[in-house]
Design a protein around this ligand. Sequence first.
Ligand code: ATP
Ligand code: MG
Length: 437
Amino acid sequence: MYLSKLFIPITKDLPAEAKIKSHQLMLRTGMIKQSSAGIYSWLPLGFKVMKKIEQIVREEQNFIGAQEMLMPTIQSSEIWKESGRYDDYGEEMLRIKDRQGREMLYGPTNEELITDVFRSSVKSYKSLPQILYHIQWKFRDEIRPRFGVMRCKEFYMKDAYSFDLTDEDAKKSYNKMFFSYLKTFRRLGLKAIPMAADTGPIGGDLSHEFVILAETGESQIFADKRIFEIDLNKYDFTDESLSKVRKDFTSFYAVTDDKFSEKKFNEQVDNKNQIKTKGIEVGHIFYFGDKYSKPMNCLIDDKSGKKISVKMGSYGIGVSRLVGAAIEANYNDDVMKWPKPISPFDVVILPSINKNNNENLQKAEKIYKELKKQNVDVLLDDVDENMSNKFKKHDLIGIPYQIIIGSKSEENKFEFKELKSKSELLSVENIKSKLKE
Ligand code: ATP
Ligand code: MG
């Protein structure tokens, strides 16, 4: 992609409500545009990052055997009346009527809908276990939408639902998802800490939030640094290993403010390992047994032919929130550096251009073509402006690698650098192999 052709409407005047780094940066680099309070259009740059995150989330869900499907955004109120949540959910639910006067709603979550899908087709324990998921827009009429994509009314979420015959099997599904989430966030280049959580309006008895550290987060967190030293590679997906993952992670102190106890924190974590900061919730998993299957009559024949309510869990990841969260976790001193797996481009070529000489631009185009051939997702900054402005702009766009073609380049060698570090002179061949790494 050539930068001059890319639709990146850079904003200079920031609206006063853009208080945190990610919101400001996303507006400045034209990743999003607010359409109304808490509702955004995703412009090409922002959309590209979100799609990369979505794809990693999808691959990790598929890896554990979860099956992707798609449920609608608009739901009928009937099923919510069956579960009893139509009234409980309150004003966060956007309620609408169709032309026949039927009560509909824009789904804030999908426990009811998936239970309805499941009960109409699955009748026997032989079909269990199952995990189904979709990645779909949600709507919650948040009282105070803020921080850009972090707390919106309309947001993009991956939500998965597990179905098992017994509590014991259901806990295995839960543990599988627990481990899968740790792997997912690691692949996204983020350090997420699982924390025991309250189950809130979704209800149930086992729940963890996955929180990444960032000073601008909404929840205060207290944790033990040593949690980051646990090596995920030593676990696998056997039942034994799965329950060990959860045990090992939860053996370290890690709570949000509502569960915090100064005394316990000081007893369990010595000073040098104490983390006291803020965090952003990027995922949340629940086990809630028959909370929905019972009132909604989602019944399964067990081995003896007895009908029992299927045991369910639900597992969310805030895909659109993660775009902002990744910025919060990686933007320092006016430089944004995307984690490589979710960067909008793998590398940017920056030729020094002036009116009398387009030799650098020609060299850049040649390298561009070669990298494209190797499937490298490359951006060429062909905009005619001075290099110091270019560097400033790319400090914000945050592509992790740069190839600079200017006064320091030699005949067949160019400056190659990783953002925030020193450059080296390399041939195109060497650059290619560096990028492959
Ligand atoms: P929060 O406590 O932040 O309000 P929640 O507990 O209500 O979130 P869940 O129902 O657990 O959210 O939703 C799963 C995930 O969806 C959350 O972990 C979060 O990443 C994301 N999410 C929830 N609400 C929003 C929102 N208003 N805007 C963007 N993402 C959201
Ligand atoms: Mg939550």
